[in-house]
Write a protein that binds this ligand. Structure first.
Ligand code: PTJ
Length: 259
């Protein structure tokens, strides 16, 4: 099967961007960066994005700001990268890593031959210099986990005090929280176990949230530590989750009136 898809989507199509991303993900699947199940995950994300108006809502903005603050106060932050995130926003992940000083660590749920290398190449092409979690460096385990996500880099996730796990499955989030680590996630599905278990849950699309997070990191860097700490102290993750569900409910009510 050819990896190239002939696209004929007019730029004025109302869902042009989402459709281009969809096809880029399919391309990523042919190139082994994205797991086949990653396409299903992308579709689920798209559905929730659609329900929330395909924009960064104020509850997501609050979480993005708190996440930026948490990165700045962490001693050993790490950015966990899976196939979907590597395909969706490789340059964004590299820039976030540079802005925060947090290394990128590849951590996969679906380990298949060639995937690790394909993701490493994707990140290196985007400018990454060092990537954790590759080859022989994948030699530590998280004992609380049984999936392949248990394999980690002893310099990264194993010893991190903060782990950023965008587009994650619930098991590892729970395990990382149980290990005493601060966990930040991005997940468009507020009902999913990951955002319910994480400390900071960004209910937004990765492609919008990460660039915004980089902006906040660069802005907050100029503040004294006490003010950065205040942002975290005042942050309420449960309220963010509630607001995101209410947003979906309100939007459905509005839409029902238009019919
Ligand atoms: O590359 P691997 O092998 O590590 O596998 C990665 C996937 C994503 C396939 C794996 O972690 C998985 O199966 O994840 P889940 O359990 O499907 O969860 C992914 C979550 O991300 C879902 O709740 C989606 O709604 C959400 N999601 C998908 N696309 C986006 C998103 N959230 C934010 N932005 C997106 N673009």
């Amino acid at each position: 099967m050819s990896a190239k898809i002939e696209l004929n989507i007019p730029e004025n199509h109302p869902r042009y961007r989402a459709m281009m991303i969809r096809h880029d993900m399919i391309e990523g699947c042919h190139n082994k960066v994205v797991a086949p199940a990653g396409l299903i995950a992308q579709g689920r994300g798209e559905a929730f994005d659609y329900l929330m108006g395909e924009k960064t809502n104020s509850f997501a903005d609050r979480a993005i700001k708190a996440a930026a603050a948490a990165f700045l106060l962490a001693e050993k932050p790490v950015i966990s990268v899976n196939g979907n995130t590597a395909q969706l926003l490789p340059e964004g992940l590299v820039k976030l890593s540079e802005a925060t000083g947090a290394p990128l660590e590849v951590n996969l749920f679906y380990r298949a031959e060639g995937r690790e290398e394909a993701i490493e190449k994707k990140l290196k092409d985007a400018g990454a210099k060092e990537i954790y979690g590759i080859g022989e460096n994948l030699c530590a385990t998280i004992p609380e986990l049984t999936s392949d996500r248990r394999l980690v880099d002893p310099r990264g996730i194993l010893v991190a005090d903060l782990v950023f796990v965008p587009l994650e499955d619930g098991d590892r989030t729970e395990a990382l929280v149980a290990m005493g680590k601060k966990v930040i996630t991005i997940d468009l599905n507020p009902i999913s176990r990951t955002p319910r278990k994480a400390h900071i849950s960004i209910i937004d699309n990765l492609v919008r949230a990460v660039p915004k997070m980089i902006e906040y990191v660069n802005e907050l860097k100029k503040l004294p530590k006490s003010e950065i700490q205040k942002i975290i102290d005042e942050y309420d993750n449960k309220q963010v989750l509630r607001d995101s569900l209410l947003k979906i409910a309100d939007r459905l009510t509005e839409l029902s009136k238009e019919i």
